[in-house]
Design a protein around this ligand. Structure first.
Ligand code: C2E
Ligand code: MG
Ligand code: MG
Length: 694
């Protein structure tokens, strides 16, 4: 809509006619007062304004329009007399956009109007993008500035002032003046950069600034010197950006890369770097270090029984106790050694502590003792009181190794030895351990070939009915006859097989061999009892378990009720969902399931109840001291009562004496297994026993 203001009715009539026929909308008005009223009531994209009018003249109207907020940008074309340069000048000075002379050339008028409208639109666009830029700069916390060299004055944008926390535009207009607000470690660098900029070098750098309100921000500044035609630096133009948050994020990323997110301790990466550094330094000054390698005892069992949330809480508590123990070790309290830095979590339940500048090896033992004591204190997490102990291994620099790799390996070996010795203790690395580790390595290698070499066999230990003493079932127990070592106990090689994954093919062999044995007994027409095989947690997690059992049953054609499976509590409690699914599948095949070594884990009855279990096997350790040990006695009684309530069968393991048998029989323990009845026997001898029994 165009507003046409002219006191000449003829001009109004003709102009309106021309403009409308060119596609514009027009409102006309004969005098200044009305013109302003209309301007306030409607929105106009352009004003055509006669200069000479009675009452308020065109100049006044133009000034008034420009004085209004909505009138600042509207194009105003003044209609003046021919060659009236004074009017034209005046019109421009009052903010007119353009002028056309009277008498009006109608074609020209239309062009002028179009041109003015287009120009206004472009300006409007520019303003929008300028505004957007300003917004973007504000969001990016980016402010511009110019340093005028000759005047030694700095002109800074509003955002720039804001970045420095200044409210007064005048504040610190002297370029070097605001250096005082830069934190002192960064100040000399910025000063130098500024001085160099004055002689023509661009710079970009970040520095920290204490703002007016006391807060500290990190600013990133880019500066570019601008020269005149003689090559003299006349000003420096720059932008400054607040990068505090970006820095924080970067710091956080750096922190995460070098720290364990659960405990906040140094992670393996950081520990390795620190260790390398410490060893290099110790080598130079001839100092001694100790590397403590710590592994929590039975954390896995706690995780399996109580869940990972609780396990995590325990790890955090352990971390803080470790730091506490190291801090209180007086010689570590030396200046420059931060306990938070020398304690690391390598992963899982493994921690390391690095002690530098050790006077005597005994000092490492002192710290290790303190750590053991600290960790021993009962720990309260989520309404559960637990005791978590640790086993520690210590390797000394330079005695036990001169590089990080060797020290870590040796401390780990020593830790392993501490575990073997009964946990909650520490061991120094010895050459004998090295020997043992080598030994274990060769065991691993031998194990890998033992299956193909046919060195394994299954022995069968009878399980007898307590009332009748008749053999009702058998447990298949693995035997390894090594060509040089002789008989190697499963207690020794099963854990190795589990660690190397060899347990998977080994168990497949056990399943198939047991099934074949049962099939053979059936074919020979003699008595047959179900055979229980042992599976470890690894088997239970493996996807091949079910297919292997199905295949063994099918290929041998034995009825599934002749195969029992023994699982330890931890195999079941680790990932209970997966366990439940697998147990159900085994159950659906028609197998009977027992929980082996029952009572040594943390599994609760309520959890067990959900599983389709048939039997509990009371662990040997509870039977051993029966009937004298009162507490073992009551544990056994409790297990029996509970099993009865749940409708589960019970097998007591390791029954060696008549007194034990009697104690158990009196409390209605249904099944027993142990040397009292028979040792694990080779298949043929077992068959003889079975036939004699029948
Ligand atoms: P387990 O399943 O608890 O097996 C019972 C262990 O107790 C066997 O030891 C057996 O010989 C022993 N034992 C039986 N009666 C008595 C007794 O009256 N007194 C004493 N002191 N011990 C008795 P073994 O054969 O050395 O096996 C040890 C463990 O090795 C087994 O404990 C089982 O966890 C594991 N194992 C054995 N064979 C296999 C297998 O084929 N697969 C897997 N995954 N583990 C196996
Ligand atoms: Mg067993
Ligand atoms: Mg057992």
């Amino acid at each position: 809509m165009i507003l046409l203001v002219d006191d000449d009715a003829m001009v109004r009539l003709l102009a309106t006619e021309v403009l409308i026929s060119s596609g514009f909308e027009v409102m006309e008005c004969p005098d200044g007062e009305h013109a302003l009223e209309m301007f306030d009531q409607h929105e106009f994209s352009l004003v055509l304004l006669d200069v000479n009018m009675t009452g308020i003249d065109g100049f006044e109207v133009c000034r008034a329009i420009r004085g209004r907020p909505h009138g600042r940008r509207v194009p105003i074309i003044m209609l003046t007399g021919m060659d009236d340069t004074v009017s034209i000048d005046r019109a421009y000075s009052l903010g007119a956009t353009d002028f056309v002379t009277k008498p009006l050339n109608w074609t020209l008028l239309v062009y002028r109007v179009r041109y003015a409208l287009r120009a206004a639109a472009t300006v409007a666009d520019l303003e929008v993008s300028e505004r957007r830029l300003a917004v973007a700069q504000r969001v990016a916390r980016l402010g511009g500035w110019v340093w005028h060299i000759d005047e030694d004055r700095c002109e800074r944008s509003e955002i720039c002032l804001d970045l420095w926390g200044d409210t007064q535009p005048a504040a610190q207009a002297v370029p070097f003046g605001f250096l005082s607000r830069v934190l002192s470690p960064d100040r000399p660098h910025l000063r130098e950069a500024m001085e160099r900029a004055r002689s023509g070098d661009a710079y970009q750098m970040s520095f920290r600034v204490q703002r007016g309100d006391g807060s500290v921000v990190t600013l990133y500044e880019q500066a570019l010197p601008v020269r005149d035609e003689f090559g003299r630096v006349v000003r420096i133009e720059g932008v400054t950006q607040d990068v505090t948050e970006r820095e924080l994020a970067a710091e956080r990323i750096r922190f995460l890369a070098y720290h364990d997110s659960l405990t906040g301790l140094a992670n393996r990466q950081m520990f390795r770097e620190m260790l390398d550094h410490a060893l290099a330094r110790s080598g130079r000054i001839g100092a001694r270090c100790a590397l403590l390698y710590l592994d929590l005892d039975r954390l896995k069992r706690i995780n399996d029984s109580f869940g990972h949330t609780l396990g995590d809480q325990i790890l955090r508590e352990v971390a803080s106790r470790l730091i506490g123990s190291v801090r209180s070790a007086d010689f570590v309290g030396r200046e420059g050694v931060d306990p938070d830095e020398v304690v690391a979590r390598l992963g899982g339940d493994e921690f390391t502590v690095l002690l530098t500048d050790l006077a005597r090896p005994e000092d490492a033992a002192r710290v290790a003792t303190r750590i053991c004591e600290e960790l021993c204190r009962p720990l309260q997490v989520a309404h559960v009181e637990l005791v978590v102990t640790a086993s520690l291994g210590i390797a000394l620099y330079p005695e036990n190794g001169t590089d990080a790799e060797a020290l870590l390996r040796h401390a780990d070996m020593a830790m392993y030895a501490a575990k073997q010795r009964g946990r909650n203790t520490f061991e120094f690395f010895t050459e004998a351990m090295q020997q043992q580790a080598l030994e274990r390595l060769s065991l691993e290698q031998d194990l890998a070939h033992a299956l193909d070499a046919g060195e394994f066999s299954l022995h069968y230990q009878p399980q007898v009915d307590a009332a009748s003493s008749r053999i009702v079932s058998a447990e298949a127990l693995l035997r390894w006859t090594h060509p040089e070592r002789g008989n190697v106990s499963p207690v020794q090689f099963i854990p190795v097989a589990e660690e190397t994954g060899f347990i998977v093919p080994l168990s497949e062999w056990v399943v198939l061999t047991a099934c074949r044995q049962i099939a053979q007994w059936r074919e020979s027409g003699g008595p047959v009892v179900p055979v229980a095989i042992n599976l470890s947690a690894i088997n239970f997690r493996s996807d091949s378990l079910l297919p292997v059992i199905v295949h063994a049953l099918e290929s041998t054609g034995i009825p599934p009720e002749l195969l029992h499976v023994e699982l330890t509590e931890s195999a079941v409690m680790h990932e209970p969902e997966n366990a439940l699914e697998k147990l159900k599948a085994l159950k659906a095949l028609g197998l009977k399931l027992s929980i082996d070594d029952f009572g040594t884990g943390y599994s609760s009855l309520s959890t067990l109840k959900q599983f389709p279990i048939d039997l509990l096997k009371i662990d040997r350790s509870f039977v051993r001291d029966l009937p004298d040990d009162a507490s073992d006695g009551s544990i056994v009684e409790a297990i029996l009562a509970m099993a009865q309530a749940l409708g589960l069968g019970v097998v007591a393991e390791g029954v060696e004496t008549e007194a034990q048998r009697e104690f158990l029989a009196q409390r209605r323990c249904g099944l027993m297994q142990g040397y009292l009845f028979a040792r694990p026997l080779p298949a043929d001898q077992f068959l003889q026993r079975l036939e004699a029994d029948g």
